[in-house]
Design a protein around this ligand. Structure first.
Ligand code: SAM
Length: 261
């Protein structure tokens, strides 16, 4: 790349991604806070509170690439606090058992532990086992900071479309493209120097965090990603800002939604 890092061949991506998250699982939550100054929490709050699932709860949700359960916890808290809903459920799906394990341990301290409201499943977003994740089943599919780690975005979208009920919502929170040139330069400086350094200091693992930064740069732009969502059979937008997506912090991250046609 222009930053002098090795580019990762696509065929090795899946095993590499698995290793990256094996290696960062225990420090993942700490690193998220350190690298984003806690901003990922605000984005996740915004993401969950602005979701419009298309029907009233209780909802059956699937949170894919759900990692340590950040989104699942917010969905359940939001349902309970806003609608006094204790029946909405979230199935957390991730390819990495160690991330799920961190999530499971964390949920032990919550009121949702040992209830039908949350469960953890090891599976690949690109090929959710059809016997376990049946077609036309979920009211809401979420994926946060996960889709860019997948080898095939169309395969993920196809599976999302399959498991959702007609009229149900797909919602994705992901790092995106910064449009403002000045912000973009500052952000590049920060991500390519500070984040790998923080990775070294806090997690003892520079390469994994370098990979994460690189994967952000390779992700499609907002209009291209919106088109991919439409190509998978969803209608997109208008979102809160009237477009097919909502930029957060000038496009450092963005929220894309689609409704299954
Ligand atoms: N959604 C969580 C959050 O927002 O905190 C976790 C995000 S973490 C950056 C990305 C997650 O994607 C990791 O837990 C990783 O194991 C998972 N992942 C990567 N590739 C995947 C795939 N093909 N299928 C399912 N999960 C995957």
């Amino acid at each position: 790349t222009s930053f002098g890092f090795k580019t990762i061949p696509e065929e090795t991506k899946e095993s590499l991604v698995k290793n990256v998250f094996d290696s960062v699982a225990s420090s993942y939550d700490l690193m998220n806070d350190a690298t984003s100054f806690g901003v990922h929490r605000l984005w996740k709050d915004t993401f969950v509170s602005t979701l419009k699932p298309g029907r009233k709860g209780p909802l059956r949700c699937i949170d894919v690439a759900g990692g340590t359960g950040d989104i699942a916890l917010r969905i359940l808290d939001h349902a309970r606090e806003t609608y006094a809903d204790r029946e909405t459920s979230v199935e957390v799906v991730d390819i990495n058992a160690q991330m799920l394990n961190e999530g499971f341990t964390r949920f032990k301290k919550t009121m949702y532990h040992n209830t039908p409201q949350v469960s953890f499943h090891e599976a690949n977003a690109q090929e959710l086992p059809a016997s376990q994740f049946k077609s036309d089943t979920y009211d809401l599919y979420t994926i946060a900071f996960g889709i860019r780690n997948c080898t095939s975005i169309p395969a993920v979208l196809k599976e999302a479309h399959r498991v959702l009920k007609p009229g149900a919502t797909f919602a994705c929170l992901e790092f995106s493209k910064v449009n403002n040139p000045l912000l973009s330069t500052l952000y590049d400086q920060y991500s390519f120097s500070v984040i790998p350094l923080l990775g070294t200091i806090l997690a003892g693992d520079r390469d994994s965090y370098q990979y994460l930064v690189e994967s952000i740069r390779k992700f499609p732009t907002q209009p291209d990603f919106a088109q991919m969502i439409r190509d998978a059979g969803f209608s997109t937008g208008p979102n809160v800002d009237g477009g097919a997506w909502t930029d957060l912090w000038g496009g450092i991250a963005s929220i894309h939604t689609g409704v299954k046609l």
